[in-house]
Ligand binder design. Structure first.
Ligand SMILES: Cc1cc2nc3c(=O)[nH]c(=O)nc-3n(C[C@H](O)[C@H](O)[C@H](O)COP(=O)(O)OP(=O)(O)OC[C@H]3O[C@@H](n4cnc5c(N)ncnc54)[C@H](O)[C@@H]3O)c2cc1C
Length: 505
């Protein structure tokens, strides 16, 4: 799992007598105070991924260490990761964290190298970074998605929620998605989490309301022509096991002109059956109260006199995606009906019955989670857990040994769950691990490194190709100006070539 170069480096450090100490976890776990580094020479840290995790880790280091230099490598010309390309356009307040991110990028000790993908060839491999930097933070998030593994999943019309979100938020690689919003009035979302709710809300909200957000012009145009009126969100278990949060569900109950449908009897039955657990868990209780208050009681999904509807459907597992069984619908999603066994909450298990139902739709969104991959063939990666293996942010190799100088933060460290606040805390812990390692002399630093780093970057073509912080700010100003004309906070530029054109003019 670990490349030869990484192993060589680990061995060298072990020879220096540090390896034993690296293994111990508890000694550094609580480190959080301001530090006086053991050596006054500069420490050079590379951050791989300019999203929330990378920039919060950087902010922690900048706040607590004086003699530090940080290079942030971001594969896209634009920083901020999912805060730009994931967070829903109608949740602008969530993006306030970008003020902090901009401060980090503006700090004179930080260099932003946008448009630079680490792992893309030997000149920019992880091994190469480790050979010149004192520390490397892997914070490259999760840019793939989990699959259901059912027949027909690759049919046209089956789209991952990740791609759909990326499309309406302007991620360059998702702009050719062309989601089918016209062949049927129904979309099925498989999975009951917050990302699925974001998709449902975007599909059912009046496009004129979205027009005031930073949703892309292309997505808005498509949504204006959309014939989608009904969104069904399906989960394999019951109401007590949903993954979304109450705040996001409440928004679904408030979209003007949209009926909120779910099987009220089932919710009431489950709440009664597990009354003890529901009463004990305040957030679950709030969620159940919300469901009971708004459910129409119609388990089959009439729109309750409204033109549009959002249906929460429980106890269904998708088993196959078929060609459209009805005229006008491109797809039919075949579900097995389940019943629940073995307890409430996470302990509940969905057991298939002999009953099946098929739901016709124009598009099926698979919304069962994001997935990370290895940054390159030499990098540590735990395929089973889908994360970079680590102990409190210190990356470990295939044998559970800490790899000196290598750290992880954010979704790639703990898996693709958690909001920005969780990611911030997690990044701060990783920052503290680095600070502790500096303090204890495991990261020694060397002022001569600047030259070696710059030579490496020049050889890899980074200095010619990268989008700097000043250039990103020019692009941002362009977007804000274009948005002003359209009465929105910004009009995102959605192509890499176009972005580069703007920043280089
Ligand atoms: C659809 C969606 C909606 C969300 N909405 C909310 C919300 O409303 N509120 C909230 O608090 N949280 C929300 N979240 C969660 C929040 O976005 C995450 O907690 C956070 O973005 C995770 O940060 P990260 O840095 O780990 O990953 P990311 O934000 O994905 O950042 C990783 C960065 O690494 C870059 N990268 C990847 N590979 C490489 C490479 N090889 N070289 C260089 N760079 C690379 C990527 O381009 C990206 O910019 C949402 C998440 C999703 C998916």
């Amino acid at each position: 799992m670990l490349g030869r170069g990484l192993r060589v480096r680990a061995t060298l450090v072990a020879r220096a007598g540090q390896h034993q100490i690296w293994r111990g976890r508890g000694a550094f776990a609580c480190f959080s105070t301001s530090i006086q580094a053991a050596s006054s020479s500069e420490k050079h840290i590379a951050v791989v991924g300019g999203g929330a995790a990378g920039l919060y880790t950087a902010s922690r280091l900048l706040a607590k260490a004086q003699d530090i230099r940080i290079d942030v490598f971001e594969q896209l010309p634009t920083p901020y990761g999912l805060v730009r390309f994931g967070v829903a356009p109608d949740h602008p307040e969530v993006k306030n964290c970008t003020t902090k991110f901009a401060q980090v990028c503006d700090d004179s000790r930080v260099r932003l190298f946008g448009n630079i993908k680490i792992g893309n060839g030997p000149l920019l491999s992880l091994e190469r970074l480790l050979s010149v930097y004192d520390g490397v933070v892997l914070s490259y998030g999760a840019s793939e998605d989990r699959k259901l593994g059912i027949p027909g999943e690759d049919r046209a019309g089956v789209v991952s929620a990740r791609e759909f979100v990326a499309w309406y938020n302007g991620l360059p690689e998702a702009q050719e998605l062309n989601p089918d919003l016209e062949s049927s009035d129904r979309v099925v979302i498989v999975g009951q989490g917050n990302v699925g709710l974001d998709c449902a809300r975007i599909l059912l909200t009046d496009p004129e309301d979205l027009a005031k957000t930073d949703i892309t012009a292309r997505a808005l145009d498509r949504l204006r022509r959309s014939k989608v009126r009904h969104v069904e969100m399906v989960g394999r278990r019951g109401p007590l096991q949903v993954a979304f949060t109450t705040k996001e569900l409440r928004e679904m109950t408030k979209i003007p002109g949209v009926a909120f449908i779910c099987d009220r009897e089932l919710v009431a039955r489950e709440c009664e059956r597990w009354a003890g657990q529901v009463e004990k868990n305040r957030s679950l209780k709030r969620m159940m109260d919300l469901l009971l208050k708004h459910a129409t009681g119609d388990p089959v999904g009439g729109a309750a006199g409204k033109e549009r509807s959002f249906t929460l459907r429980f106890l269904r597992s998708p088993v196959e995606v078929e060609g459209g069984p009805e005229r006008g619908a491109a797809l039919g999603v075949r579900f097995r009906v389940n019943r629940l066994e073995e307890g409430a909450g996470e302990a509940a298990r969905a057991v298939g019955t002999d009953e099946f139902v098929t739901v016709p739709c124009g598009m099926m969104l698979r919304s069962i989670g994001y997935a990370s991959t290895a940054v390159d063939a030499t990098a540590p990666f735990d395929r089973q857990r889908g994360i970079v293996p680590n102990i409190g942010g210190r990356v470990t190799d295939g044998h559970g040994q800490v790899v000196p100088g290598l750290y992880a933060a954010g979704w790639v460290k703990r898996g693709p769950v958690g909001v920005i606040a969780t990611t911030m805390q997690d990044a701060y812990h990783t920052g503290d691990a680095i600070l502790a390692d500096i303090h204890n002399g495991y990261i020694i630093g060397n002022s001569d490194k600047t030259r070696a780093i710059n030579e490496m970057l020049a050889r890899a073509g980074v200095l010619d190709k990268c989008v700097t912080n000043a250039e990103w700010k020019r692009l941002e100003a362009f977007e804000v100006e274009a948005g002003r004309a359209a009465g929105k906070p910004r009009e995102k530029v959605t192509g890499v070539a176009q972005m580069l054109d703007i920043v280089r003019k």
